[in-house]
Design a protein around this ligand. Structure first.
Ligand code: LUZ
Ligand code: MOS
Length: 752
């Protein structure tokens, strides 16, 4: 099964928002942004900008007809600053001009004077100042305080992970078209068309039916367009409302990197206690999340941090607390894994440190504590159908991990300036939005008179292959060929109240809705067939390979004939369906419940070689066993896993976000911010757990988008082990990313 988009992408024919032909009257908008991290606005002078020929307008908060507010979870973020700026890059005003270049030139000519206020860039400092986005939260199970006494080993420490740039290929973009009677159509590169619609309505003060948001496809998103595509779409909409002309905005790479938020940096304090055989008896962790200036999705991300603080392990006595800290950076946002990777890194650091003090390999502790059926997650959910041990065992069997470990040791004895090491990384990731109400989706299916089918859902295609999976679901449910199915653009006029395509749930939720809608049409068609064939019992009829059969016998009736007859018989050939994930519940007072439909499991082995003279290193291989359930497309899932692993490796190794002391982003383009390329990417060997299933999944499949990102975490610990093979005195500082620069320092330093 090939992705329909592959050929279009390869031949350059795939259309993105920037490929749309603009009419001659199209204007361009660009924000005037704060050049300080925190301050009060004293005066603004836009006269020079306005005097440039071709500059149509400078819009400020006072030009907003509705509410100057784009906050979603918290109502704390203005579209355009009124009195105060809270990060460098925050929009103060909008220039509307005849060209994109002119809008940028004009924005440079705007003079804004500030009273500079003190700025905070670090989560722990913000915490001390009580700058919290939401009240702290705590998940706990058992009795941590008592458990320490029973531990043979107790280890404490600190761990930090850095920000990460989404680096989607397609930068932020939106185009707004004024229609008759105050209506607008918005083409936006967003994961959340429903939210773009809702926020535009709030800012412009109109009804939701006046705003149509359409998304054809995105050139990548990774969470960076879940919340943060909205502001640009609202800017275009506001400018279109004012000028009654089409308005476009697209950021270039450097602007995009400067003006948008990233993965949240986290700092954490941990304490772990084990018995003498390596069983974890207690774990305590306190997370400090660097949220940036506004809430954005930070409270939800903080929540997922807590849900995954125990990763793949059963820990009877457990306490995780987390606080979201307001700093003067651009608001940090969703990024593949959504706070879970940050949590899992800390626990792996704790396990690593404990293993070192016990004189054993971390893999021994990992292995001994894997979740088993009947165990409980700290949030009360019972572990069901855990395939962790199966994945771990198959990993050993398939790739001879113990043998590889010995090979590394032998290599290290034979080489002085090159050292190899291997680390394991088991993962467990919960599937469902943790915000209960988001776990719903709709589908609209039309069967046309010629037998072709068009499917609309709320799923946004961003390269992850969701359209292929939806086609497969529709084709399989209707019993017809894939080529008959087209998945339409994601459009708020066809699908109302859509949830974002996020939380790895795009195929699950929208696929279930598609299946329900197709089933309705199928039932009607079977009735038509029964009438045509003079059969009483329609349940004995099947449509397969585009033909009607009864108890395995072909009835000489084809799909197209059947559809034609249905139309002639005035039978409806369209259906709409709604799906809501069953069985979910969570109580935020006790912090317990069943927040997830199911969990995804897997285990990876990562091998590295460090050049101990230069500090350079190579990731030799990532070998993993992944439980994808009964995959809807092994090719798509493989692509997702490979991409996620490499992205996770980048976060842990080479991707380093650097701000200067004024809060100005220094790593502001792709030459000074390094993401993995084809040369640095290792061989990723993926083995799907055979006979996988998932009774609660879409056609027994499992979500795939985010979980494999976290396999990459293992590389940090493989690197530390390799460094220690050269420099036994080195003690890991658990500060990611482990850049070649840090590796070089570590190779020649005692302690941390
Ligand atoms: N987005 C969201 C997410 O709104 N809620 C979630 O639980 C989530 N999880 C992962 C990624 N995006
Ligand atoms: Mo997301 S981090 O957009 O699932």
């Amino acid at each position: 099964m090939k992705r329909q988009d592959s050929e279009l992408h390869a031949s350059g024919q795939a259309r993105f928002a920037d490929d749309l032909t603009l009419t001659a009257d199209t204007l361009h908008v660009f924000p005037v942004v704060s050049n300080i991290a925190h301050g009060r606005i004293k005066t603004c002078d836009f006269s020079q900008a306005l005097s440039l020929p071709g500059v149509m307008a400078v819009l400020t908060a006072s030009d907003i007809t509705g509410s100057n507010q784009i906050g979603n979870i918290e109502v704390d973020e203005v579209l355009l600053a009124e009195t105060e700026v809270c990060y460098m890059g925050q929009a103060v005003a909008l220039i509307v001009a005849e060209s994109a270049e002119l809008a940028r030139q004009a924005s440079e000519l705007c003079v804004v004077n500030y009273e500079v206020l003190e700025a905070v860039f670090d989560a722990r400092t913000a915490d001390k100042l009580n700058q919290h986005i939401v009240p702290p939260r705590c998940f706990s199970m058992g009795d941590v305080d008592c458990a320490w006494q029973q531990c043979a080993y107790v280890v404490e420490g600190q761990a930090e992970s850095g920000a990460q740039e989404h680096a989607y290929l397609e930068t932020q973009i939106a185009i707004a078209y004024p229609l008759e009677n105050g209506q607008l159509k918005i083409v936006s590169a967003t994961q959340s068309p429903g939210m773009v619609q809702r926020i535009i309505v709030r800012v412009l003060d109109c009804a939701m039916h006046m705003i149509e948001v359409d998304v054809l496809r995105l050139g990548g998103a990774f969470g960076g367009k879940e919340e943060q595509a909205t502001a640009w779409a609202v800017m275009a909409a506001l400018a279109a409302q004012h000028t009654q002309q089409p308005v476009k905005i697209q950021l270039n790479r450097e602007e995009d990197m400067r003006l948008t938020g990233k993965r949240h940096p986290y700092s954490a304090d941990f304490k772990i206690g084990l018995n003498s055989s390596g069983k974890i008896l207690a774990y305590q962790v306190q997370f400090y999340q660097n949220a940036g200036a506004f809430a954005d999705l930070s409270p939800a991300i903080l929540e997922r941090t807590l849900f995954h603080a125990g990763n793949a392990y059963f820990i009877a006595n457990f306490r995780a607390t987390a606080v979201s800290c307001r700093t003067n950076l651009p608001p940090n946002t969703a990024f593949r894994g959504f706070g879970a990777p940050q949590a899992m890194f800390v626990l792996e650091a704790a396990i690593f440190k404990a293993a070192q003090s016990m004189g054993i390999d971390p893999a021994t502790i990992q292995q001994r504590n894997l979740l088993q059926d009947g165990d409980h997650f700290p949030y009360g959910m019972t572990v069901k159908n855990s395939t962790l041990k199966a994945c771990r065992d198959l990993l050993e069997q398939e790739y001879a991990i113990s043998q590889r470990q010995q090979d590394c040791d032998r290599f290290n004895t034979a080489h002085t300036l090159k050292k190899k090491a291997l680390a394991l990384m088991p993962i467990t990731f919960g599937i469902s939005f943790t915000a209960l109400f988001l776990n719903q989706a709709d589908a609209l299916v039309h069967v046309y008179g010629d037998g072709s089918v068009i499917v609309s859902t709320g799923a946004v295609e961003m390269g992850q292959g969701v359209k292929l999976k939806l086609r497969r679901v529709a084709a399989q449910t209707l019993g017809i060929g894939l080529e008959r199915i087209k998945i339409d653009s994601t459009n708020t006029s066809r699908i109302a109240n859509m949830s974002p395509t996020a939380a790895s749930t795009g195929a699950d939720l929208n696929g279930q809705a598609t299946r329900l809608a197709c089933k309705q049409i199928l039932m009607r068609l079977k009735q038509i067939a029964a009438d045509m064939l003079n059969i009483k019992n329609i349940s004995s009829l099947h449509i397969q390979n585009e033909r009607v059969s009864m108890e395995g016998q072909d009835m000489a009736l084809e799909w197209c004939q059947l559809v034609t007859q249905a139309y002639i018989s005035r039978c409806g050939l369209s259906a709409q369906a709604h799906y809501a994930t069953p069985g979910l519940a969570f109580d935020r007072n006790s912090e317990t419940g069943t927040p997830f439909a199911y969990h995804v499991y897997g285990c990876a082995a990562l091998e590295v070689t460090v050049d101990c003279l230069r500090g350079r290193y190579q990731i030799d291989s990532v070998k993993l066993v992944h439980d994808a359930g009964k995959s809807l497309s092994a090719d798509v899932d493989l692509g997702q896993i490979e991409g996620a692993v490499v992205q996770g490796l980048g976060w842990m190794t080479m991707e380093e976000i650097v701000y200067d002391q004024q809060g100005c982003l220094l790593s502001n383009n792709l030459t000074n911010y390094k993401i993995p390329d084809i040369y640095s990417a290792p061989e990723v060997q993926v083995k799907f757990l055979p006979d996988g299933g998932n009774e609660v999944g879409l056609l027994n499949s499992k979500a795939v988008g985010e979980p494999p990102f976290m396999y990459g975490i293992g590389v940090y610990f493989a690197l530390v082990k390799a460094i220690q093979a050269f420099n036994p005195g080195y003690r890991a500082s658990f500060s990611a990313p482990m850049t070649p620069e840090k590796v070089l320092m570590a190779l020649y330093r005692n302690g941390n």
